[in-house]
Each structure stands twice: as C-alpha cells, then as structure tokens.
Design a protein around this ligand. Sequence first.
Ligand SMILES: Nc1ncnc2c1ncn2[C@@H]1O[C@H](COP(=O)(O)OP(=O)(O)O)[C@@H](O)[C@H]1O
Ligand code: SF4
Ligand SMILES: [Mg+2]
Length: 337
Amino acid sequence: MALLEVDDLHLHYAAGDRVVRAVDGVSFVIAGKGEAVGVVGESGSGKSSLANAVMRLLPKGVARFDGSIRLNGRDLTTLSDEAYRREIRWRRIAMVFQGALNVLNPVIRVGDQIAEPLLLDDRVEKRAARARVEGLLERVGLSAAFYGRYPHELSGGQKQRVVIATALVHDPDLLILDEPTSALDVSVQAQIMNLLKDLKEDPGISMLFITHDIGLASDLCDTIAVAYAGEHVEYGPADRVLLEPRHPYTQRLLASLPRLHGAERPRAMPGEPPDATALPLGCRFHPRCPYRFDACDRHPPALPIAADGHARCWLNDREVAGERFETHLPALAVRGG
Ligand SMILES: Nc1ncnc2c1ncn2[C@@H]1O[C@H](COP(=O)(O)OP(=O)(O)O)[C@@H](O)[C@H]1O
Ligand code: SF4
Ligand SMILES: [Mg+2]
C-alpha cells in the first residue's frame, strides 16, 4: 500500500467570470518511507495549489475541488475538515510553505515557536517539550543553544532549518516542501538540500518537493512530475525523466540548465506560460512547442500510462504522430538536443 496516492485531483479557482484550472487532473504516488516526488515547473503552473490541495488549505473562491487522496490506503477526501485538522494536517502531512523564512515571529524565541503546538495542542509538559525541540534543532543541523535565539539573530539558512524543525514537530510521515531553497544563496541552498537528503534517510521522511529548478529535483527525488498549466505533462522515475524525457517541455527545462562540461550554453525557455484563465486548446504547450503538428492545437493529448511513467504529448502516440514518432521522440532523449 502506497503512503500517498493522489488520483485525478482538481483545484480550480473562480476569477471573475472565468476559471483558473490551477490543478487539473493530477495524479501521482509516493510509494513509501523515505521516497521523494519532485514537482517541477515554472511560476503559475499550479505547484503551490497542489500542495495546498493536499494540505486542504484552500483559499476563498474555489470553483472545483475533487479527486482522490489516499494516505496509507485511507481515503482523505471523505474526512470532515475537523477530522483533517485533528488527525492529518501537521500530524501526518506537514508543510514548509513558499517564503516561510519570513513568517517566523520576530519577538518570540525560535525554540518557543517550535514548541507551541506541543504545549497548546498536545498539552505536553514544558520540560518534555523543550527536550523534544532541542532534539529537533540538533536534527536539522543546529544546536540546542538555538532554542533561545530570536529570528533576527539567524541567517537565512538557519531560519529555514528552524522552519523545517517546526514542520517536523509532530513526526509526520510526509513533508511537503514548497520551493524551500529559492530565497537562499547557492551555497546555503546546497546545505539545505543535504539536510533534506539526510532526513529522507533518517528518520525516513517522505517528501513532496516543489521547485522551479529541475536540477534541484534531480538531486533529491526518486520520481519527477513536470507541471505545466495545471497538468503534469510528464511523470516517471527521475532517471528516466532526466535521461529520456518524452515531453518537449521537459526537454526544454533540461536544456535550460547550466552544464559543467562541454561548450553548449544553457538555453533559455522560449515563450511565456499561458494565461491561466484562457488556456490554449489542444495541447496546452503547443504555442511554445518546436515539434507541434496538426493534431496538437485540436485535441488534448491522451495520457498513455506505462510502467516508467507518462507524457502528455502526441509524439508518444505512434498512430497519431506517424513518422514523427520515429524521428522526434528519440531526439527528445538527447539532453539539450
Ligand atoms: N487564490 C487564488 N485565486 C485565483 N487564482 C489563483 C489563486 N491562487 C493561485 N491562483 C492562480 O493559479 C495558478 C497557479 O498558481 P500557483 O499554484 O501559485 O502556481 P505556482 O506555485 O506553480 O507558481 C496561477 O495562475 C495563479 O495566478
Ligand atoms: S502534443 Fe504537440 S504541441 Fe504538445 S508537446 Fe507534443 S508535439 Fe508539442
Ligand atoms: Mg508557488
């Protein structure tokens, strides 16, 4: 039984008389302990909305919220909001929000901020809560001495470690991380990535890791989902997606990465993401796709499911793509080609 199974999830928002399809039929699986799924995509592709949907933290103006979310086989969609709050959110599934560095309360010692849910919700005795928090501070690479510090005394990386400790306070099975390193310098970013790798190993926390940087996802994740305009256009084991991308958008993301060796320069992603309230017909990527052909702007690509994942692109359908199946699809596998 998988730890988390998300199937055909939708989260749409009402925007005036239009609808934003922020999460539009998304499915993925986090198999078990210590497994990380990465969701990669440009700004506006629906990554944070997906995280909020799994946490059931919904804003006002939701036009559609449905699909199935199962945690250890248990259907969470039928749980009441009260049961979700009491049993699931923060306890089984915790989250580090996008931009979370700035939400630490400046006038409360960081240790007390981490301890708060233990004292208030769990009524843990004060000394036991302090011991637990000191252990957590050490687990995230700080020392127990940080308990008494205030946020302004901490560097960006240290603050992010505190935020991660806060999310771990109830010992969750799954940690959702929404762009956890995007506000940090590259060297600090690498340290936080190392911490996440450690936490994956021990205590074996499973992760949904959200980023706009496919390079970061490749470093941490076992499985990668590529988000575009509310859909996951490619999904599969990280090695396969990175080495043999089957969607032109994935290939463009890979081509935009800097290289350590070789003369090739990274290539910027061409074009702009679509207007979320007026998505292109057919394949949503077609206005930016160098391989588009007649089927692409008429019909949304079917979703062939294979053991090693899927791609929402007509090139993967031999009947529709014809000779393009033989010529373009293998070419996609050449990184940056
Ligand atoms: N509360 C909201 N109401 C209406 N539209 C929203 C709301 N939140 C996000 N959106 C829109 O939904 C789309 C996806 O946003 P988001 O999930 O934040 O993407 P990402 O995290 O990938 O940048 C965007 O077009 C965004 O403008
Ligand atoms: S379906 Fe067509 S437009 Fe869309 S990614 Fe594939 S080739 Fe490009
Ligand atoms: Mg976001």
